[in-house]
Design a protein around this ligand. Structure first.
Ligand code: 3HC
Ligand code: NAI
Length: 678
């Protein structure tokens, strides 16, 4: 087998080139090739300096994740990099694309780093539940200081080349189209000089001088890190870089790395990494299916969802025409969009010019004719079948043939909506989540007649607007809301049987969700959909509305809220619930947090199993992607289906049976055979 690493001698500079598509992951053959090339360079008197670069779209994007969990095959990355750094001949990393993880560590082991301006560099291992394992946590702080290294190692977002230069991680920015030539010239200019080694740097002393740095960072980032093991290990490793000699620091890093690698969180997060990419693939639609061009998008309804959906396209530079029934609704909708953009600009995440650019792409209208030349129209009007059908019939008449007509419905039948048109092949569901300009998830709902190219176009477009898309079949609530309703059913039932509602919320919080169902209700407003008659009380929510407990906006809902929006359980609500339960004849008992957890989560797994059995989701991991991106299911458990695999499907079945809840045949069969979903 030919090596993915080749070398080219340019007079006195040896260029070492990796060609390992798609992302130059540092698999065994790459590591071997790199080690051989460095050893060759050291033993060759003609070579006075070395440049390392990659072919294809990116510099090394990290270790080969598919090798994790398998028996290691030498040479390992740390020893390869140590050999590189030990060289007295200058070694220069020439970076384009993304130098990530092990790729960033290669660059750190080089004596110098040059990059094109569009390059990004980072240590995203925490996103896989890991920390860098090839001395990244030790070399980076020594090179750029603990303060600059902390967010890179513990949060894991890559930084742009210019920023990297400003913290001393990149030595020089070079021409976007002349990386190799510029890197060779740079390397040549360093021949004969003493080489700087990151492992010998002293910038890490900032953390020794100001040890509070680490706790302050922990406090600042606490919310982002909650429940995750890796960020704390990352902080520990960076701290060790200041406190220990290099070799000991590396040993510490290795210990932390190995512990994380064998833990369940990393397994779950690696599962998620591949799950997100698998979700893009549609079993019966070939990857090379021709995509329909989408240059202009129409949106019907400028309410909560329509406005947010429109912003996705405007931000991606795609023109949007938005239609409403009345001028005041149209004005209200567009002004909310502008305000949202302006708030983003206030927070420094957009320039004023970008706000105007985005808003400049928007055309508000009251006339269907203005949508005639749209390539895609997304309907986001009231959740009512008759209204939706009327809108689709009108769209079918006015919008050009070959354009896609999509609905943002949460629950309604896409196939029935499609019957209102003469182009059911071009009808699809695009189910965005609220707030639609922020939430990552997009459920792409495939109707019985939806064409393959329409589906492929929706998937491609979702990537362009920064969404994570998952294909769902047509069923009430699709994948996400269908499973949510099972959880909600149990949450309501539990408080009727005597469980404290705050215990229900806390169980989910402790599991890793950002909030529980009752907190969520308070946030969204308990009065959504309320009939406004305080004398008619048929649910607990109606009972709360009857006494003005509308949620956070009213200062009280399920909880009482102080000025800082801190919640405290309410005796009044406890009494309202007890009275309501007594009225309904629901017997009260003490309910443990263990029971609450099982009754909230196991029925979701069961529903997920039914969704799979019915073919509504293509694969179990798609369900995990939906729940992690749309509903805050904790990433470190891998999603509901992966989590169920981890605890064992027979445990889930036993739990459901114990509580007298439904067990689907699909789940039972899998459990009996000792199988897993993923
Ligand atoms: N190992 C194995 N496969 C990888 C990979 C990796 N590190 N990175 C990407 N791939 C695969 C993907 O699974 C995908 O495969 P598919 O086509 O079969 O689905 C293919 O490469 C292309 O990836 P993307 O679809 O993600 O391509 P993009 O262009 O959208 O993104 C990227 C490119 C930014 C490099 C992105 O792939 C990425 O973020 N990769 C992971 C980077 C990472 O986490 N690196 C750290 C690894 S851990 C490590 O290095 C430990 C070290 O400290 C010892
Ligand atoms: P909304 O009430 O905020 O907005 C609906 C808008 O549509 C209103 O501005 C209304 O004037 C307009 N409208 C109604 N009929 C129209 C017609 N015939 N022509 C043009 N405009 C018309 O409702 P929201 O929350 O934006 O929901 C819209 C759709 O999105 C619904 O189908 C809903 O189920 C779905 N959805 C809602 C989510 C949410 O969290 N609010 C999440 C995901 C989907």
């Amino acid at each position: 087998m030919t090596s993915p690493i080749r070398t080219e001698l340019h007079d006195d500079v040896l260029v070492v080139i990796s060609d390992n598509p798609p992302v130059n992951a540092l698999g065994q053959a790459v590591r071997q090739g790199l080690k051989d090339a460095i050893e060759g360079a050291l033993g060759d008197d003609r070579v006075k300096a070395v440049v390392i670069r990659c072919d294809g779209r990116t510099f090394f994007a990290g270790a080969d994740i598919t090798e994790f969990g398998k028996p290691p095959q030498g040479p390992n990355l740390p020893e390869t990099l140590d050999a590189m750094e030990a060289s007295d001949k200058p070694v220069v990393a020439a970076i384009h694309g993304t130098a990530l993880g092990g790729g960033c560590e290669v660059a750190l082991a080089c004596h110098y780093r040059v990059a094109v301006p569009s390059a990004k560099i980072g240590l995203p291992e925490v996103k896989l539940g890991l920390i860098p394992g090839a001395a990244g946590t030790q070399r980076l702080p020594r090179l750029v200081g603990a303060e600059a290294a902390l967010p890179m190692v513990a949060i894991g977002n890559p930084i742009a080349a210019k920023k990297a230069q400003s913290i001393g991680l990149i030595d020089a920015l070079v021409g976007e189209d002349s990386l190799e030539a510029d890197a060779i010239a740079f390397a040549r200019s360093k021949i004969g000089q003493d080489v700087p080694r990151s492992s010998e740097g002293t910038a890490n002393q900032d953390g020794v001088k100001n040890p509070d740095l680490f706790d302050e960072f922990r406090t600042r980032q606490g919310r982002k890190m909650r429940g995750f093991d890796a960020p704390n290990a990352a902080i520990e490793a960076v701290k060790a870089a200041g406190e220990m000699p290099y070799a000991e620091g590396v040993k510490k890093e290795r210990e932390l790395f190995m512990k994380l690698m064998s833990g369940t969180q990393s397994a779950a997060m690696r599962h998620y990494f591949f799950a997100e990419r698998a979700a893009n693939k549609i079993d019966d639609v070939p990857a090379d299916t021709e995509i329909l061009p989408i240059k202009k998008v129409g949106i019907i309804g400028a309410g909560t969802m329509g406005g947010g959906i429109a912003m996705n396209f405007l931000s991606a530079g795609i023109a949007v025409t938005i239609l409403e029934m009345k001028q005041d609704a149209l004005d209200r909708g567009t002004s909310v969009m502008r305000k949202n953009y302006e708030n983003t600009a206030k927070r420094g995440r957009m320039t004023g010019e970008q706000v105007e650019q985005a808003m400049g792409l928007l055309t508000p209208t009251l006339e269907y004719d203005d949508l005639a030349d749209c390539d895609l129209v997304i309907e986001a009007v009231f959740e009512n079948m008759d209204v939706k059908k009327e809108v689709f019939a009108k769209l079918d008449e006015t919008v050009k043939q070959g354009a896609i007509l999509a609905s943002n419905t949460s629950y309604l039948d896409i196939d029935e909506i499609a019957t209102a048109t003469k182009r059911p092949g071009y009808v699809i569901g695009l189910h965005f989540f609220s707030p639609a300009n922020i939430m990552k998830l997009l459920e792409v709902v495939r109707g019985a007649k939806t064409r393959g190219d329409v589906l492929a176009t929706a998937m491609k477009l979702s990537k362009k607007i920064g969404k994570v898309a998952v294909v769902s079949g047509v069923c009430p609530g699709f994948i996400g809301n269908r499973m949510l309703s099972k959880r909600q059913e149990q949450a309501n039932q539990l408080i009727m049987e005597g469980a404290n509602y705050w215990d229900v919320d806390d169980v989910l919080l402790e599991f890793g969700f950002p909030m529980g169902p009752f907190q969520m209700g308070d946030l969204a407003g308990i009065d959504i959909g309320w009939h406004r008659d305080p004398t008619k009380v048929t649910t607990i929510r109606e009972a709360l509305c009857a006494v003005g407990r509308f949620g956070q906006k009213a200062g009280k809902g399920f909880y009482d809220y102080d000025e800082a929006r801190q919640r405290t359980p309410s005796d009044e609500v406890k009494q309202i619930i007890a009275d309501f339960a007594a009225r309904e004849g629901s017997e009260q008992r003490d309910i443990s947090k263990g029971e609450i957890k099982e009754r909230l989560l196991y029925p979701m797994v069961n529903e997920g199993a039914k969704i799979l059995d019915e073919g509504m989701a293509q694969r179990a991991s798609d369900i995990d992607v939906v729940w992690i991106n749309g509903y805050g299911w904790p990433l470190f458990t891998g999603g509901p289906m992966f989590w169920a695999d981890t605890i064992g499907l027979s445990t889930v079945v036993e739990g459901l049976e114990k509580h007298g809840l439904e067990v689907s045949d699909y789940l039972r069969n899998k459990a009996e055979k000792g199988e897993t979903f993923n």
